[in-house]
Design a protein around this ligand. Structure first.
Ligand code: HEC
Length: 410
């Protein structure tokens, strides 16, 4: 069962990545096209807004964009929608396989008052509910004031992140914010952009007047999708970076990264325009550096302070009995090795998670630095603290590692 679970995880993640690349890739490509059309040429045909030439894969391509529509509906006409839909479907299934099937460890923090099923219901509610709130905001009078809409949407997203961090584990909170944004983006395609295009096509076929509201709505939603792409891609890989989500300030870190990535996106949107704003990229860089500086762990002690500390440690070691490696390995064996073994005994794992096995003394020695980072500094292991590691045990491991002579070369 666990073995099949691992395969489901692998295949869904792989598939999600592939269709996601196809979706975002197509979207980047059409943005690029729009930005590079030559619109001033005398040779443009009737009703043609712009054209461009490109070379790729050993062939020349000639693309034209129409002001409104070509005189006759072309056949076949290619649509781009399944990239978005399949990204949603694989992502949803992956959320289920990774977070909901193991909700006790993956979704909820240690000591959560929620039962796993309640966590799952809450998670689903957030993903679906976000779309209804967002859609209502876009359709409200606020939809005509895009800057205010963006500002309020941003504030709501950060509030949502904060709230989720109070009930879910940090990484689950982040992934739910990502899933909620991604769902809004796909729903924009499914509920607004594609219906708008269908209305356009059917107006052409029947010769009816086109409803300009369709175009306006679709434009707003495409803009949102454009700007949300980079933040959502970060959220999808965020689980690899505990430094972002593992502190109580994780919601602010996400706010900073969103500002940074939206500015970068903005730069790419405007960089070909005349009168572009040169400050955008430096502002993005400044936002990133500020964030990095704010998040930085305490700076290393000065040389004198380090010497004083070493002396104090030596004195303490003389008084307190030295912590033996056996003590550390016993703790790791009890609290970690259930999952981190060549053949894990803990349900839900078919192989050592992240390739880190900790079931022999040799392996524990090899991974001391990692153990310190995840179990003492960030404390995000044991996952969900399912094995009930105590603070005293963390302190013991920390003290043991702190007393090791620094590795040669470090
Ligand atoms: C319930 C099962 C479970 C237990 C118990 C557990 N881990 Fe993990 N561990 C995981 C999973 C799953 C991952 C991969 C998660 C990820 O990629 O963030 C992981 C990843 C890791 C990693 C690699 C990721 C990184 O940031 O370097 C290290 C190191 C690690 N665990 C150490 C430990 C230590 C030390 C303990 C005991 C104090 C422990 N784990 C207890 C499930 C567990």
């Amino acid at each position: 069962m666990d073995y099949l679970h691992d395969w489901a995880n692998l295949l869904l993640r792989w598939g999600h990545l592939i269709v996601g690349v196809a979706w975002i890739g197509a979207s980047f490509y059409f943005n690029w096209l729009e930005n590079h059309l030559e619109r001033q040429k005398a040779s443009l045909g009737d009703g043609v807004a712009g054209e461009l030439w490109a070379i790729h894969g050993g062939g020349f391509y000639h693309l034209q964009k129409y002001e409104l529509a070509p005189p006759r509906l072309p056949e076949p006409l290619h649509w781009f929608k399944w990239e978005a839909y399949t990204t949603f479907l694989t992502g949803f299934a992956l959320l289920w396989v990774v977070y909901y099937l193991n909700a006790g460890t993956m979704l909820l923090p240690p000591g959560s008052a929620l039962a796993p099923w309640q966590g799952v219901v809450l998670g689903l509610g957030v993903v679906v509910g976000t779309w209804f709130v967002y859609d209502a905001l876009c359709r409200s009078p606020l939809g005509r004031r895009p800057a205010w809409l963006a500002l309020i949407g941003f504030a709501l997203l950060i509030a949502l992140t904060w709230a989720l961090m109070q009930v879910f584990s940090g990484r689950a909170a982040y992934i739910h914010v990502g899933a909620a944004i991604g769902t809004c983006m796909v729903a924009n395609v499914f509920r607004v952009i594609i219906p708008g295009q269908k209305a356009l096509v059917s107006a052409m076929q029947t010769g009816a007047e086109r409803d300009p509201a369709h175009g306006r709505h679709a434009l707003l939603r495409s803009r949102h999708n454009n700007y949300l792409t980079l933040p959502v891609l970060f959220l999808m890989i965020s689980s690899h970076y505990p430094m972002t989500y593992a502190s109580e300030w994780g919601w602010l870190v996400l706010a900073g990264l969103m500002v940074f990535s939206v500015l970068v996106r903005h730069y790419f949107n405007i960089r070909h325009l005349a009168g572009r704003k040169v400050w955008v990229l430096p502002a993005a860089g400044l936002a990133l550096v500020t964030l990095m500086a704010t998040m930085a762990p305490e700076s290393p002690p000065s040389r004198e302070a380090a010497a004083r500390e070493a002396a104090a440690r030596e004195a303490a070691a003389r008084e307190a009995p030295e912590i033996a490696f056996g003590e550390v390995s016993a703790i790791v064996e009890e609290r970690c090795a259930g999952c981190h073994a060549a053949v894990p005994s803990f349900g839900g794992f078919a192989a050592a998670p992240a390739g880190v096995a900790l079931d022999t003394g040799e392996q524990i020695r090899r991974h001391l630095k990692d153990i310190q980072r995840v179990a003492v500094t960030t404390r995000y292991m044991p996952l969900g603290n399912v094995t009930g590691m105590t603070d005293a045990e963390r302190a013991t491991i920390g003290a043991y590692i702190a007393n090791q002579p620094p590795a040669p070369g470090s």
